[in-house]
Design a protein around this ligand. Sequence first.
Ligand code: GDP
Ligand code: MN
Length: 398
Amino acid sequence: MKIHEYQAKEILGRYGVPVPEGRVADDADEACHIAGTMAYPVVVKAQVHIGGRGKAGGVRLARTPEELRSAASAILGMDIRGHTVQRILIEPAIDIQREMYLSLLVDRARRLPCLMVSAAGGIDIEEVAAATPERILRIHIKPTLGVRKYHVVRCSAFLGLPPSTAKVFGGIVDGLFRAFLAEDCSLVEINPLAIADDGAIIACDAKITFDDNAAFRHAEHEALRDDGQEEPLEVKARQAGVSYVRLDGDIGCIVNGAGLAMATMDIVEHLGGRPANFLDIGGAARPEQVTEALRIVTADPGVKTVLFNIFGGIVRCDRVAEGILEAIKRLDLRIPLVLRLVGTNEREARDMLEGTPLLWCSTMSEAAKRAVEISRNSAPMPPALCEQSPRAVLTEPV
Ligand code: GDP
Ligand code: MN
């Protein structure tokens, strides 16, 4: 789960990271009122769940109340790569002397948190990593040891910090790590970490991503959620208790179990198709969740066919069939559905779905192959396929 810059700064501030004293506003009047309590110049910053706001014109300096009003009006409502600005952050501007990069993230390959620092701050770190990787220092931190003095010494030397700044910097790295662990983050990033003209060191920007797997430990994070910044279909899916990630292909996938869902996407790709999404209806899916999953997947206008790949272990095939029947009744489905449904209560499921316009397949590879064929041929499915009886393809004894 992503949160806004102002929320991330509020959290980091609690862990001793120096952050500007900013406040958020929803409209230009409120922005002017807030700025009135500060000394000019101030910065006006778009609050959206996406980086690169500076380049997109979402970060502006204002020297007077007039400039502030025009900056606020220009930024509010702006679209930054698909994210609409509904809120702005007003902060006293910092006189920046140097911009550095500092972050902590989970290195999955090493299975450890990784501290990353660079003197090339203020610009996209991916660009730095691609063009001048030697400008990034990576240090893996053992959670049992935490951040030690020698880690900080290495970072300070790499950044060429004077001893006075190095001490404050050590406190910032320490606070960052404590926040990373305690708040169960997958990423905490400060870019830029600025050194001001007076030598003070301050987090000019902040980004935090929480690990969703730890959400159950943090009821307090729920209040930080901004659904307006998320993909609408993903928000719907979360509310239905279904794991869905939208992709840009044309084969909708509805699968039970994350592993089988990944394997389904792999086989579709392997056969030359493009999955439109990842979707896991879960191990104990209810019929309503199946209906909702089909509604969500088919709401994506790019989807040309839906591939069901269900292995009835804990989830029973007849419960899935019930959901599909309900969806066929309620939704105006105009695209072919390819179905591979095997396991517990498979025969009951086939009986229930007899006579419905589904393309039954007995194996996963056959189903994926059919779905890829359909996605290539945007022509409607031949009626013979639509009318194929579920019983007719019952090849193996169940
Ligand atoms: P991002 O583009 O979304 O990463 O937004 P940032 O918050 O990092 O802002 C982009 C750039 O604007 C920074 O790298 C700074 O160069 C500049 N900037 C942001 N805040 C201030 C400020 O208070 N003072 C000055 N001088 N520049 C700022
Ligand atoms: Mn930034």
